[in-house]
Design a protein around this ligand. Structure first.
Ligand SMILES: *Cc1c(COP(=O)(O)O)cnc(C)c1O
Length: 365
């Protein structure tokens, strides 16, 4: 039985007629960029996250970049982030001319370890960029306390955590800004690229609006050098159909995770994802740790079961960031042991049982 790693067509099928109607309405309207659907989506998304403002941009990477710019991050500044994340987190810092300063992760949550922030603090440190990796909220209470104590900005990378909560509060509502991605494989995905910045700060919202639109407040009058980073109406209309369904998608991912956890309970040498009791993990990825990771991956693959390695190489070991010359034991150990299993909402219980029994068989050897 071949199992897909991610199959968006199953989800599309369930909302096909609503999406067709929404797309057709945009086509007929003649408004394609930053129109009424984007404006409404921004209101609906802000209400969902629980922030005063949300500003739509062209991608999750742009959300990070523009949020950092709006915070005034510039050449010579240092920004703290985990090395175990997608490259875009560090790229956004580099785009501003600032230096990414890595802080090692916790081995169980895969998120930034707040107890290691203090040793990386210098006079140049201006911001912290925690990532809610795989959909599990980072330790925002400790991170915000550190940020406030040292006068640092906090920008959350919520690309994988749309809908996840910590103490009942949505990720993206803790820092100065939350940065979301609507890439098709994310928990709330569109049919192309898209992103969003959430904030309670009116000035920040205004600043990113100006930055996304060529630095202009008034059409054809330009105050600063900005960017072309707009969300289009088609993507916004699709996202407006799917946003009301996001909680049901998260619920399905969580149910799949609990199926895996009961099937894979107590297997020696296999560590399941953790979910602290004050968090709601949204499982953009279901990532286990196992010593013979490559062996397990091959064995699953032979049975038609795809799996992914997020991430095989920490950012401090990637060519653009090698100059830091540092090592991070937890991140380097995670990259050798992590394996992400199929987890998307429409995966069937039979498929999960099939994947689980293949893992059990391998681990019993
Ligand atoms: C996907 C992702 C991004 C980038 O989002 P795009 O919409 O693809 O630009 C940034 N950070 C993390 C952690 C991601 O997973």
């Amino acid at each position: 039985m071949p199992v897909p790693f991610f199959d968006i067509t199953r989800q599309n099928h369930s909302v096909q007629s609503e999406i067709n109607a929404a797309v057709q309405a945009v086509i007929s309207s003649g408004r394609y960029i930053l129109g009424p659907n984007v404006a409404e989506l921004e209101k609906e998304f802000a209400a969902y996250i629980g922030t005063k403002y949300a500003v739509a941009v062209a991608s999750g990477t742009d959300a990070l970049h523009l949020a950092l710019r709006a915070c005034g991050i510039k050449e010579g500044d240092e920004v703290l982030l985990p090395p175990f994340t997608f490259v875009a987190t560090a790229e956004a810092i580099a785009y501003c001319g600032a230096t990414p300063i890595f802080v090692d992760i916790q081995p169980d949550t895969f998120n930034l370890d707040p107890s290691k922030l203090a040793m990386k603090l210098t006079k140049k440190t201006k911001a912290i960029l925690p990532v809610h990796l795989f959909g599990l909220p980072a330790a925002m209470d400790e991170i915000m306390q550190f940020a406030n104590q040292h006068g640092l900005k906090a920008i959350e990378d919520c690309a994988q955590s749309t809908g996840a909560t910590l103490n009942g509060r949505q990720t993206g509502a803790f820092g100065d800004a939350g940065c979301f991605s609507f890439f098709p494989t994310k928990n709330l995905g569109c049919f192309g690229d898209g992103g969003m910045i959430t904030t309670n700060d009116e000035k920040m919202a205004e600043e990113v609006r100006v930055l996304r639109m060529h630095g202009s407040r008034k059409t054809y009058y330009h105050d600063i050098i900005g960017y072309n980073s707009r969300l289009d109406e088609l993507q916004a209309a699709i996202l407006r159909v799917k946003l009301p369904l996001l909680d049901s998608y998260s619920k399905a991912r969580r149910k799949n995770a609990s199926f895996y956890c009961s099937a894979l309970n107590n297997i020696k040498g296999l560590a399941l994802p953790v979910e602290p009791s004050n968090t709601k993990h949204t499982y953009n990825q279901f990532t286990v740790r196992v010593k013979n990771r490559d062996g397990l991956k091959d064995s699953l693959s032979q049975k038609g079961i795809p799996s992914m390695i997020y991430y095989p190489l920490s950012l401090h070991q990637q060519k653009p960031f090698l100059s830091s010359g540092q090592s991070f034991a937890e991140s380097e150990s995670a990259q050798k042991e992590v394996l992400s299993l199929p987890i998307f909402p429409e995966l069937t219980p039979e498929e999960i049982a099939f994947v689980s029994s293949a893992i059990k068989e391998f681990c019993a050897k």
